[in-house]
Design a protein around this ligand. Structure first.
Ligand SMILES: [Zn+2]
Length: 80
């Protein structure tokens, strides 16, 4: 998957996660099971982002979506 597409997927999933958390906190009573489910979701989301934010060339983790070039191998992430 292209890095630009990955950035879009991360953006969309961040919005969905944000809305989901917001609605959950607002409209459901705070019970232990819900906290555990939200915690698991948050961990899965972090793992998902770590997997998605990788350089397609050297496969190293890139900390920000702002990069146009890989900070490790210097390859262009915009025009693959
Ligand atoms: Zn790289």
């Amino acid at each position: 998957m292209k890095f630009q597409t990955r950035k879009k997927v991360i953006g969309i999933s961040s919005i969905i996660m944000g809305i989901y958390f917001f609605l959950n906190i607002l409209f459901t009573p705070f019970i232990e099971a819900q906290i555990i489910i939200l915690g698991i979701l948050l961990v899965l989301y972090c793992v998902f982002i770590i997997i998605m934010l990788r350089c397609p060339y050297c496969n190293k983790h890139i900390r920000s979506t702002k990069y146009n070039h890989c900070p490790y191998c210097g390859k262009d992430l915009v025009d693959e």
